[in-house]
Design a protein around this ligand. Structure first.
Ligand SMILES: *[C@@H]1O[C@H](CO)[C@@H](O)[C@H](O)[C@H]1NC(C)=O
Ligand SMILES: *[C@@H]1O[C@H](CO)[C@@H](O)[C@H](O)[C@H]1NC(C)=O
Ligand SMILES: *[C@@H]1O[C@H](CO)[C@@H](O)[C@H](O)[C@H]1NC(C)=O
Ligand SMILES: *[C@@H]1O[C@H](CO)[C@@H](O)[C@H](O)[C@H]1NC(C)=O
Ligand SMILES: *[C@@H]1O[C@H](CO)[C@@H](O)[C@H](O)[C@H]1NC(C)=O
Ligand SMILES: *[C@@H]1O[C@H](CO)[C@@H](O)[C@H](O)[C@H]1NC(C)=O
Ligand SMILES: *[C@@H]1O[C@H](CO)[C@@H](O)[C@H](O)[C@H]1NC(C)=O
Length: 404
């Protein structure tokens, strides 16, 4: 068998770089997010006490697993009762209710063991959800940030909770923003920390139950991008390293994969090898910086990005109301291009997720509005959130290449 592997790997390198457009359709849409309350009394009480303020709830991260679409809801304004939830994929398109996940208790509990403020999650190939409870740039919680592992195939049982020390993510001022998972050697998460004070790329080893952090000038906001305009709104925020994606599993040919990252207020994409990221002593030195590679410059800033198992990176093309794509085995400058553009539906494509049967989901969440409007937010009457879906026939970077 072994002599065949190099040939197979070679084949994987030569995907077609075809530029056919990808057709996204609206799968869900919401004016505001509402939940599966336990009783009418609980709902009335939440409205009365403003524990639930409908227009303040924003779905941000999205991932798909089996029959559910999982969401994170960032607590950036008061009245967001749930920070992780799901919607069954076959729900009605118009305003489906969000189920808290793994439970109401894990979302509303007072104790620091419950979920506090979550921006991103990822689901590995065994169905373990890695939850980054690490938005610590506002006053919603004073609990230390943590990474919570939950088994979707065991009723959402909490398997482990790693309390993230201040050196990795500050309890006052840190913001674990996005992650990818590398299932080698017990499992690693590579995490972007968008903090104003201490931005960086953190590595967490599940086996060692320990992490380390890389800091570099490529992980800061790019000043020349400040003031970009989305949907007529000028965005002045300077946010650091945010979007992250990883090259796909290649039929066990190579343990070394590539992690891509870029800043929220930024257009340049950088890459670093996972062999470097996983080596704690290398990361604690300075030499690793020589291995950071500049990949290309996008035509627009982007938020989330994801790579499929054939090597296509999909990312939000924010100022052009579009979703763009680049084949990572090709030259970025010449091959990155818009695959879907629609100013009536693509309004800040924030986060991306593949299901296991060949569909790509994109959560469009109007972030430019939430980032710029003063609180309290007014009640809105227009569609604010859309989940778009396209058939790509591929899976995420976590799965080996196979036809779907
Ligand atoms: C929110 O959902 C509950 C059901 O869980 C329903 O009773 C209530 O009317 C909904 N509220 C709004 C404002 O849609
Ligand atoms: C959605 O799918 C689930 C599981 O396959 C099924 O039990 C349920 O009836 C479906 N609901 C709708 C509205 O089709
Ligand atoms: C980490 O990198 C150093 C320097 O390149 C190397 O000597 C060491 O063997 C590596 N450690 C592991 C666990 O691979
Ligand atoms: C990528 O394309 C740009 C623009 O055509 C060109 O200048 C550059 O040399 C190319 N790089 C590679 C590695 O082919
Ligand atoms: C793909 O979509 C973009 C934006 O809608 C459009 O400019 C381009 O011509 C399309 N390309 C193809 C090959 O259809
Ligand atoms: C853009 O979205 C609108 C609303 O869903 C739809 O009617 C229209 O056909 C879409 N345009 C394209 C080019 O997909
Ligand atoms: C809300 O929707 C209406 C009808 O589609 C449209 O005329 C109006 O411009 C929209 N308002 C905003 C703020 O998008």
């Amino acid at each position: 068998m072994w002599p065949l592997l190099p040939a197979l790997c070679l084949l994987l390198q030569f995907n077609t770089y075809s530029f056919q457009n990808v057709s996204f359709e609206v799968h869900f849409e919401w004016v505001y997010i509402n939940f599966t309350w336990r009783s009418p009394e609980e709902y009335q009480e939440a409205i009365r006490t403003e524990r639930y303020v409908p227009q303040n709830n924003q779905v941000s991260g999205v991932k798909a697993y089996k029959n559910n679409i999982y969401y994170t809801l960032l607590r950036s304004a008061p009245g967001t009762p749930v920070t992780v939830g799901y919607v069954p994929v076959n729900s009605t398109r118009n305003g489906p209710l969000v189920h808290p996940y793994p439970s109401w208790d894990m979302n509303v509990g007072e104790s620091c063991t419950t979920l506090q403020n979550v921006e991103a999650l990822e689901i590995d190939s065994t169905g373990v959800m890695w939850i980054l409870d690490g938005m610590r740039m506002n006053d919603y919680t004073h609990c230390p940030p943590k990474i919570v592992l939950v088994d979707i195939n065991d009723n959402g049982k909490v398997l482990h909770s790693y309390i993230v020390p201040d050196e990795l993510c500050m309890a006052f001022g840190g913001w674990m923003n996005d992650l990818v998972i590398d299932e080698i050697d017990g499992g690693y998460a590579y995490i972007t920390d968008n903090s104003y004070v201490d931005p960086g790329l953190s590595v967490y080893s599940r086996k060692l139950d320990r992490g380390w952090k890389l800091r570099d000038r490529t992980m800061y906001a790019e000043l020349f991008v400040q003031g970009f305009v989305v949907n007529g709104i000028r965005v002045e925020r300077l946010y650091n390293i945010d979007g992250i994606s990883m090259s796909p599993l290649t039929s066990d040919c190579d343990e070394e994969r590539t992690v891509y990252y870029s800043s929220w207020t930024g257009v340049d994409i950088y890459a670093i090898s996972t062999t470097i990221l996983r080596n704690e002593s290398t990361c604690l030195g300075t030499d690793w910086r020589r291995h950071v590679r500049h990949v290309g410059r996008r035509q627009s800033p982007s938020d989330g990005m994801v790579i499929d198992n054939t090597g296509y990176m999909y990312y939000g093309d924010l100022t052009r109301d579009a979703i763009s794509r680049w084949n990572i085995n090709s030259n970025f400058t010449t091959n990155a291009a818009i695959v879907y553009q629609n100013s009536s539906t693509v309004n800040w494509a924030d986060s991306f997720g593949f299901d296991q049967s060949g569909y790509l989901y994109a959560n469009c969440d109007d972030s430019e509005y939430f980032e710029t409007q003063p609180r309290p937010l007014p009640v809105r009457h227009n569609i604010t959130f859309r989940l778009l879906r396209a058939r790509t026939g591929t899976n995420s970077y976590l799965y080996p290449l196979r036809s779907l």
